[in-house]
Design a binder for this molecule. Structure first.
Ligand SMILES: [Zn+2]
Length: 270
């Protein structure tokens, strides 16, 4: 599932293709992807709109139009990519024909992606409730410590909550906990103020590294030009269950935390 660094990379790679372009036509091949408004209205309202900028908030892509905003969440296997011709990528579900012969495709293997066009007071709840972003001042110890002390969830489950921190998913949560030396099953309320300060630093570090390496491609993730990320070559624990820890050589454990596959070092993470 694309997380903050992957969605950021999609934003960066799409921008030069789509910013300033006008949406000439929209072809929706899988109606349930469109969450708001009804599909026919979605198509009708988008036609003729100009894409001014593309932004990101958490794992959401926000295409600011000259009127309204097109909101895209890639979920499990969604991808938004631009081509300079009409060659169709696999699993194409929505085709946005733009000026200058640009086609922006929404592709999705498992088809859990969600799209919205909002030009009224409709609220996308998940977007409105997002917590602060990593690498911003909002993600501070003063903000996070009171929330941690109240939470009886496992620390991994706690940091995956998008209302607490925007943009973390399974990969970067495992990586951040490894970097911070904190075991994923520790109760959030048992994490000390000092440990939490280390964890915030670790979250910022792994997210910055993910962005620098153009995201992590484990299975399906591709950027706005259909290219894979490079961060999978730099992961400390994610996807490495049963292999030796890069720091101490102990065999990494693979467990489930809140239903999510989780890898950690039993020696380095306490
Ligand atoms: Zn270790």
């Amino acid at each position: 599932m694309p997380e903050l660094p992957e969605v950021e990379q999609v934003k960066k790679t799409l921008a030069p293709y789509i910013e300033g372009k006008i949406i000439k036509n929209v072809e929706v091949r899988l109606a349930h992807l469109i969450q708001y408004p009804a599909v026919d209205l979605f198509v009708k309202k988008l036609k003729g709109r100009m894409i001014q900028t593309i932004n990101r908030r958490g794992k959401y892509l926000l295409l600011q139009l000259d009127k309204g905003v097109l909101i895209v969440h890639l979920r499990m296997t969604g991808a938004l990519l631009a081509t300079r011709n009409s060659a169709e990528p696999p699993y194409a579900k929505i085709k946005f024909s733009l000026t200058d012969n640009i086609v922006m495709w929404f592709t999705d293997i498992r088809a859990f992606g969600t799209l919205y066009y909002v030009d009224d007071d409709f609220v996308v709840k998940g977007l409105a409730a997002l917590g602060p972003e990593p690498l911003t001042k909002g993600l501070s110890l003063e903000y996070l410590f009171p929330l941690v002390t109240k939470s009886k969830k496992a620390i991994k489950t706690f940091i995956l909550d998008q209302n607490v921190i925007a943009g973390l998913g399974n990969i970067y949560a495992d990586e951040a906990l490894a970097e911070a030396g904190i075991a994923p099953l520790r109760l959030a309320c048992d994490v000390t103020r000092k440990e939490l300060a280390v964890l915030i630093k670790a979250i910022n570090k792994v997210i910055a590294q993910g962005i620098k390496n153009h995201g992590t491609t484990f299975r399906d993730y591709k950027d706005g030009e259909g290219k894979k990320g490079n961060n999978q070559n730099f992961l400390a624990v994610y996807g490495r269950g049963g292999q030796p820890c890069k720091k101490c050589g102990a065999i990494l454990n693979k467990i489930k935390v809140g239903g999510r596959g989780t890898v950690y070092c039993p020696k380095c993470q306490k």
